[in-house]
Design a protein around this ligand. Structure first.
Ligand code: TPP
Length: 550
């Protein structure tokens, strides 16, 4: 057996069940070996699409994602998606063909390990025919156990060598248990919670990954805490009457008020960064801040914290709840009947009054989002691109749970939203995939519309079309700068969608959304592109906060 075959087979046996990619000569055999081992291959039209599809697949399936790329240019094309995954700590394995060490003048030659390192991914390599399977297994386990994005370089000469008979088996490794925090740290946090009158928990990606919903709810109940999440964990506490939804730029006025009023804020697997904490302004001056994280580096990384707990979020929440229960009765904390009613009445953005600025030729993005929220089935998985528009779908579209929302924004790249929707759709085929994009991000990524059609995904692609890079227009416009570089003539994106084989509709008012209703009642055998010509008279209220972070 050749090394390429042995590596592909080994990775399939380790659990790679889906691999996205663009196949060239260098990754042809390894990709076919994965398929022969039982993995599904998803061909994409650009490697960046493949990387982000695999990233989103990993996030919403909770498995290791995989991408297969050609040496050199295949990898460089994938770099933006790889960077997003690395910054998000997505367990992602990038199978990158590489030039042989001796091919010093190859056109494809670039320093692939340096590329990986430059963006925060781990560089791995199959070193020899004898070690190739063990090298690949190590790369897989780094991705899985350390939640890292790993670029596994596959030199062509090693791939083409015969794999020695004794070197094809995957070395065994024990399953690891999530680490418990130290008893002292647990006691400290339990003590802070026992004293707190108005505690708020903000759960992030670490809480999602640890599947800590039940343990956090139990602890919040015992300590009277309100619950919020960072954007990437939206939906984690759905159905809980004390869930305030997203903390940060997208927070409703009530959520912001309640978090600001907290005397103890506990971040659970949450970075407490400028987005989630609105540059710190969501934290009241007297509040104690605690942070629980598996990763010691994460504690205090974005803002000073008073108390740090290193350990798995679920384990920590259980241990703190046990410690609190030995201290005596549960406290009402922040919770009261009045507040429960206020949260039910005022916390959803869609329940708050606003002045509709639509004029028949352009639809208000809030009206659009609320109407779609009503029309689309609740069982959906929503993917959001970056741009001025991004808060509307994030705030106005409900999601069934945290797996129903995929937010690939750690690199703040536009153009990843459509890819994200494909990966999430494949991970959750029982849900209606919804891609919410700006016209800039949509047109940047448009080649993958062919992939959506080819895969037969019943996807709704809604484009908040302001015929501009709206984020830039609203940032620079008020200061009187020229805006020609960031404005575009109208594009008929519904027709572009039809050209790819989608159904396409242009929406200028609420009435035009009847077409969406018709599509939903139909066979849904073609994706639906909604080119929503949105009102663009002002920047969104979260945009200012975003630019402060530049
Ligand atoms: C890859 C990349 N290029 C450029 C930018 C800078 N940028 C941020 S938002 C934005 C405009 C996005 O336009 P669009 O997708 O139409 O959304 P809108 O802001 O109009 O709502 C640009 C160019 C970026 N974030 N990522």
């Amino acid at each position: 057996m050749l090394v390429a075959e042995a590596v592909g087979k080994a990775l399939a046996s380790l659990g790679v069940d889906t691999v996205f990619g663009v196949v060239g000569s260098g990754n042809f055999h390894v990709t076919n070996a994965l398929i022969a081992g039982g993995a599904r291959f998803v061909a994409t039209r650009h490697e960046c699409g493949a990387a982000t599809m695999a990233d989103a697949y990993a996030r919403t399936s909770r498995k290791v994602g995989a991408v297969s790329v050609h040496q050199g240019c295949g990898l460089t094309n994938a770099m933006t998606g790889i960077t997003e995954a690395a910054k998000s700590r997505t367990p992602l394995l990038v199978l990158a063909a590489d030039t042989a060490a001796t091919a010093v003048r190859s056109n494809f030659r670039v320093d692939q390990a340096a590329l990986a390192g430059a963006v925060g991914a781990v560089a791995e390599r199959i070193h020899s025919p004898q070690t190739a399977v063990a090298d690949a297994a190590r790369a897989f386990r780094t991705a899985y156990a350390q939640r890292r994005t790993v670029v596994l370089n596959l030199p062509l000469d090693v791939q083409a060598a015969e794999c020695p008979a004794g070197a094809t088996a995957v070395p065994p490794a024990p399953a690891l248990k999530p680490p418990r925090p130290s008893p002292e740290a647990v006691a400290e946090l339990a003590g802070a919670l026992a004293l707190a009158r108005r505690p708020v928990f903000v759960a992030g990606r670490g809480a999602r990954i640890a599947q800590a919903r039940a343990s956090l709810e139990r602890l919040a109940e015992a300590s009277g805490a309100l619950l919020a999440t960072s954007a990437v964990a939206k939906g984690l506490f759905n159905g809980n009457p004390w869930y305030l939804d997203i903390s940060g730029g997208f927070a409703s006025p009530l959520t912001a008020e309640l978090i600001h009023g907290a005397d103890l804020v506990v971040g659970w697997g949450c970075a407490l960064n400028m987005w989630t904490m609105r540059h710190g302004t969501l934290i009241g001056p007297e509040a104690t801040v605690a942070q629980v994280d598996l990763d010691v580096d994460a504690i205090g990384a974005h803002r000073p914290v008073d108390l740090g707990v290193v350990g798995d979020v679920d384990q920590a929440a259980r241990a703190v709840a046990d410690a609190l229960s030995t201290r005596g009765s549960a406290s009402p904390g922040y919770r009261s009947e009045d507040l429960r009613e206020r949260i039910a009445r005022q916390n959803r953005w869609r329940d708050l009054p606003y002045e509709d600025t639509g004029d028949g030729s352009r639809i208000d993005p809030r009206t659009l989002s609320i109407a779609l929220d009503d029309l689309l089935p609740a069982e959906r998985v929503v993917a959001i691109d970056s741009g001025n528009f991004m808060g509307y779908p994030s705030m106005y579209l409900s999601v069934p749970d945290d797996d129903g929302f995929c937010f690939t924004q750690a690199f703040q790249s536009i153009g990843l939203g459509l890819f994200t929707a494909v990966g999430a759709a494949l991970a959750q085929p029982q849900r209606l995939p919804v891609a919410a994009l700006g016209d800039g991000g949509a047109l940047m990524a448009i080649a993958e519309l062919e992939t959506v059609v080819r895969l037969g995904l019943p996807m709704v692609i809604v484009i908040y079309d302001d015929e501009a890079y709206g984020a830039e227009v609203h940032h620079f416009g008020p200061d009187g700068y020229p805006l020609d570089t960031v404005r575009f003539p109208p594009a008929d994106i519904a027709s572009i969608g039809r050209g790819f084989g989608c159904e396409g509709v242009t929406v200028r008012s609420r009435d035009d959304l009847k077409a969406v209703d018709d599509w939903l009642k139909g066979p849904r055998d073609k994706p639906l592109v909604i080119d929503a010509k949105v009102v663009a008279d002002r920047g969104s209220w979260w945009l200012e906060g975003a630019f402060r972070g530049h």
